[in-house]
Design a protein around this ligand. Structure first.
Ligand SMILES: *[C@@H]1O[C@H](CO)[C@@H](O)[C@H](O)[C@H]1NC(C)=O
Ligand SMILES: *[C@@H]1O[C@H](CO)[C@@H](O)[C@H](O)[C@H]1NC(C)=O
Ligand SMILES: *[C@@H]1O[C@H](CO)[C@@H](O)[C@H](O)[C@H]1NC(C)=O
Ligand SMILES: *[C@@H]1O[C@H](CO)[C@@H](O)[C@H](O)[C@H]1NC(C)=O
Ligand SMILES: *[C@@H]1O[C@H](CO)[C@@H](O)[C@H](O)[C@H]1NC(C)=O
Ligand SMILES: *[C@@H]1O[C@H](CO)[C@@H](O)[C@H](O)[C@H]1NC(C)=O
Length: 288
């Protein structure tokens, strides 16, 4: 029954969307000609001030590695690496310094938390690839992509890797997508975080409170790997594309400020093909 539903979902997707044709709500693919310093200017497609270490510029954080383009970077847009170092300490204010985390995430410039990118039906597209020269430490939990609600009370979907607190059915070496972290929905999908590009589409139906995952490897077109799953994605908010490394340690009361982070961090993940498309009427791009 479950398999039949997935097969039906795949058939429906194939019928409604192949090449990219759905309207783009948010464009996050790094234009050819960009440099890491572009991310510190208003020419950036993302917030040029957040989220990053208080003493760092994006020019110091971002790398544009010469790697094979991801599936949806077919138009010469640039794979974009987010790196973490010991200085990746975000300070939302002078008195709120998040010493528990190491983080850097890109938030789309138009995504103020109340904008239409979190209404109706939207498809979040992105690809991620390991940088074998800047491996993550899978003893820690990492968020790689997430939607944080407008009131900052929850994350409605989170793409994670590493040792995930509170989840007993994921492996540290997996990419694991979880639903609303304030609910019992838990894991929606996982796959081993192998080398090369992992391409994702996450169909967010804000009218129905469902999330469906599409995935592929390398240059293969996206395919549905789940059916639409009930998940509370209400509360609008902001999409984050980048790394949020959590501390280790038991019984932490405030993970933003407590716990352990080793010194000498040099870690990174390469992102590609970031955009959000209008998914109304079943529109989903499975390939560029
Ligand atoms: C920024 O740099 C100053 C001067 O070195 C240091 O005192 C401060 O702790 C740093 N802040 C953060 C958040 O890393
Ligand atoms: C990027 O890599 C390709 C293939 O390895 C190589 O031909 C090209 O010269 C490289 N470009 C730069 C700017 O390093
Ligand atoms: C990985 O993280 C664990 C837990 O914080 C730490 O004990 C270990 O030293 C780290 N490994 C590396 C290579 O940094
Ligand atoms: C995982 O956690 C759930 C919820 O607490 C529990 O029902 C289940 O038995 C646990 N599974 C394992 C393998 O520990
Ligand atoms: C989604 O679920 C939440 C929690 O139950 C609810 O408050 C919200 O109204 C739901 N949204 C829709 C569109 O049904
Ligand atoms: C590629 O760029 C051209 C010219 O800007 C544009 O018309 C086309 O829609 C783009 N294709 C994709 C797949 O982004």
């Amino acid at each position: 029954m479950y398999i039949q539903t997935i097969v039906a979902a795949i058939a429906a997707l194939s019928a409604t969307g192949l090449a990219q044709k759905c309207p783009i709500v948010i464009e996050g693919r790094t234009p050819k000609g960009s440099t890491p310093a572009t991310f510190d200017t208003t020419a950036s497609l993302f917030d040029s001030k957040n989220v990053k270490g208080a003493n760092l510029t994006f020019a110091q954080i971002i790398k544009l590695p010469n790697v094979t383009a991801s599936l949806f970077d077919a138009n010469s847009t640039l794979p974009t690496e987010i790196t973490l170092s010991d200085a990746s300490i975000f300070a939302p204010s002078a008195t709120n310094i998040q010493t528990g985390f190491r983080r850097c995430e890109l938030i789309p410039a138009s995504n103020d938390g109340s904008d239409p990118s979190t209404l109706g039906v939207k498809v979040i597209h992105f690809s991620v690839m390991k940088d074998e020269a800047r491996n993550l430490n899978t003893s820690h939990e990492y968020q790689m992509v997430f939607l944080e609600s407008k009131d900052f009370s929850t994350n409605q979907i989170v793409v994670k890797t590493g040792t995930i607190s509170g989840l007993n059915n994921s492996l540290p070496g997996d990419i694991t997508i979880v639903g609303n972290v304030n609910t019992a929905v838990g894991k929606l999908f996982s796959t081993e975080f192998t080398s090369g590009w992992h391409n994702f589409g996450i169909v967010m139906d804000f009218d129905k409170n469902t999330t469906q995952i599409l995935h592929s490897l390398g240059s293969a077109p996206l395919a549905a790997v789940t059916q639409p799953i009930s998940n509370d994605i209400s509360g609008q908010g902001q999409y984050h594309f980048g790394l949020l490394k959590k501390p280790t340690g038991d019984n932490l009361k405030d993970v933003t400020k407590e716990g352990f982070q080793e010194a000498g961090i040099d870690e990174g993940v390469v992102y590609g093909g970031v955009f959000i498309e209008e998914g109304g009427a079943g529109c989903v791009s499975l390939s560029p």
